[in-house]
Write a protein that binds this ligand. Sequence first.
Ligand code: IPM
Ligand code: MG
Length: 386
Amino acid sequence: MYQEQIEKAKEHFGKLLEEQLQRVEAMKNEGDFLDYKSLDKIIVGVCGGDGIGPAITGQAQRVLEYLLDEDVKAGKVEFRTIDGLTIERRAAENVAIPADVLEELKECHVILKGPTTTPRKGDPWPNVESANVAMRKELDLFANVRPVNIPEEGIDWTFFRENTEGSYAVGSKGINVTGDLGIDFTVVTSQGTERIIRAAFEYAKANGKTRVTAVTKANIIKTTDGKFLDFFYNIAKDYPGIEADDWYIDIMTAKLVDEKRRKDFQVMVLPNLYGDILTDEAAEFQGGVGTAGSANLGKRYAMFEAIHGSAPRMVDEGRDIYADPSSVIRAGAMLLGHIGYNEEANKLYKALEICSSEKKLVITGRDTGATSAEYADYIMETIEKL
Ligand code: IPM
Ligand code: MG
């Protein structure tokens, strides 16, 4: 029965295996993290994306250029605006990232990215792969680092979400074997697992954290999550001063709501999909995904983004100039810290904090509040007074 369909599915599966094994070989040969100090010039790409993206990302660029003014003038830092990562172009070419855009991105060292629209079934767009996911894969941005901080509640969490494997690795390449049977795949590799887990422990070590927690569902997803967990405990042995423990994703989701226990978590490392879900939950305690910044780190490239959406309706209603730039500006602060401008990064974090509590200007998303540009000015004025 269904012999022909099964053969076709096997062929498709074979190709996926070849692709993934090639990825493994590439990972075996990858070098160390890029040392920004060794560069004559750091190139920062600013990629606006869709919807409100270009408007808010442009404001973040203004703030970063202001903070790095001297080094921009001295030619040590260059900002490049990268247009064209829009849903219209991606739809017209039926690709996740247009080739010329990808080429431009690859000429940069670090990227500040605005939100991009991810089509889903039923949308007017062809069902192209998410530009986000494609960029993470193309630039091999394997560590998605998402901090959540709520000092008054004692919460200081850093999530290390694996960003290139798991259910996302071939998420757009599942198989409809017959009209009745669909199959998706989850991918885990030794190399991919080791590098994300080590990144989490190295971060813990460098930042005086005393606990790293793995989150899986290894009791059910035995092969891939099982491998993740085995690697976790093996690598933990190299970090004797750091407590290592693990939780299943279901109970972990519950524990984040438990006010007595949640303060105890510090660094969490988890496969892609669990990381996607848990970081939205975590960000909600801090004021919603709109308040969170996110770093996507690889050995050669790094990309920083806000994790909110592209809000196309705001653009349709002509309200994009009133969009809140805080979260992409926060992503910009993470970028500054990452490339070694720690003092400037800290000033920016501080100014963001002051502006959001002092509220001399507020963003309402409409003409009842400040524009993104006015808010960026407010942030720069606040930095000036620090
Ligand atoms: C995120 C987002 C993306 C993801 C989407 C937009 C593809 O939810 O960055 O968490 O699922 O990774
Ligand atoms: Mg998400």
